[in-house]
Unconditional design. Structure first.
Length: 371
């Protein structure tokens, strides 16, 4: 007998009844829709619950239990979505955030990510990318060694997305440096800095886009701006940059190409008795774990690599389901599922490119300009 405090659940309300009403087994995407979160968040809740907000985790678990969802972490899904996406990177250690975002989004759709580290010559990478494209569900390429015409030709045959690099004729997902740079220079001006030096890294689209943003925004705000470099993306390169900047014309504010160069600058400044931020305020790009570990911790412009990886996967899935090899098939529903505001995602009037906003994390490496 059922007590008044515990009314009997009707067959239609039971997990079995709900599965029958759906006409199929409850899937991860059903839980996501019920909980009002992205499928990748549900995937993360089951695989890495420590990385999910406790309140969100409770909502997901309640939805899963109520719907009768059964989590099978090692089940191989059979059907149109089964397969492997190949992610080509130059350096796996530097691409961990990108990989994490791609893995979460792929897993939510029953796919796996195969990572290929191509830290070799451009010719080798080109050949290998063409080979894996024949056996992969799609290819994400986050390396700049394959030349653009060859990538464009390959993208006409297989689903392919370029990450962190715009390629004409290829669906591309890139960071938009201007949004973070606007915040960075506003912070510097509020601390009475009237000049800024950009320390450039190795020649690449990323370096050119960052310098273009710094130069354009500084000039629009009436700040003096110049560029030094390029320097190797290493602590040694940063040390060389720090030594070059010292002297009577040493700037009061510097923006570095990345955290590694900035770390080398801080070490060299410390050896030479130059205080950060007392003598020089320092801002960097990337916000890798290194940024928060430095002394002082680095104010950094965040590159949304995890979201770039997730959107790269979602773009490939849209290509596969719609038979279109273009980001023009990427709609507002996709942005909503990834918790992105469509008004902040810039396309530069190019239907094959999405540019995600960057942002600023303020730490202790910026202070008032020396008088």
């Amino acid at each position: 007998m059922t007590s008044p405090e515990s009314p009997m659940e009707s067959p239609a309300e039971s997990p079995v009844g709900r599965r029958a009403a759906l006409g199929r087994e409850v899937r991860l995407v059903d839980v996501a829709a019920d909980a009002g979160v992205a499928p990748s968040t549900v995937s993360r809740a089951f695989r890495n619950p420590d990385r999910v907000n406790p309140a969100t985790l409770a909502v997901i678990r309640e939805s899963a239990e109520r719907l009768g969802y059964v989590h099978r972490p090692y089940r191989r899904r059979i059907g149109k979505t089964a397969g492997v996406i190949s992610l080509v990177v130059k350096d796996t250690a530097a691409s961990s955030s990108l990989l994490r975002g791609a893995q979460d989004e792929a897993y939510a759709s029953g796919l796996a990510i195969s990572v290929i580290e191509s830290n070799r010559t451009g010719q080798w990478e080109t050949s290998f990318t063409e080979e894996i494209s024949e056996t992969s569900k799609g290819v994400l390429i986050a390396s700049d060694r394959v030349d653009a015409p060859r990538l464009a030709k390959l993208a006409r045959r297989v689903p392919l997305v370029a990450l962190n690099r715009p390629v004409h004729g290829v669906s591309s997902v890139v960071p938009y440096a201007f949004s973070g740079v606007h915040q960075a220079l506003a912070l510097l001006m509020s601390n009475r800095h009237s000049e800024v030096v950009y320390v450039s890294g190795p020649d690449s689209w990323a370096d050119r886009s960052r310098w273009h943003a710094v130069e354009s925004v500084a000039k629009s705000r009436g700040m003096a701006v110049r560029r030094v470099g390029p320097f190797e993306s290493s602590a040694e390169g940063g040390g060389q940059a720090a030594r070059m900047l010292q002297g009577p014309s040493c700037p009061s504010a510097v923006i570095s190409y990345n955290d590694v160069i900035a770390a080398g600058m801080i070490a060299q400044f410390a050896r030479d008795g130059v205080n950060v931020p007392g003598d020089v305020s320092l801002i960097t790009f990337d916000d890798s774990p290194l940024a928060s570990m430095m002394m002082p911790p680095l104010t950094s412009i965040v590159i949304p690599r995890e979201r770039i990886g997730a959107i790269g996967v979602r773009t490939l899935l849209r290509m596969n389901s719609m038979g279109l090899y273009s980001l023009s098939s990427f709609g507002v529903d996709d942005l909503a599922a990834l918790h992105l505001d469509a008004s902040t995602v810039r396309s530069f009037e190019d239907p094959d490119m999405l540019a995600l906003p960057t942002s600023l994390i303020i730490r202790e490496s910026v202070g008032p300009a020396r008088r």
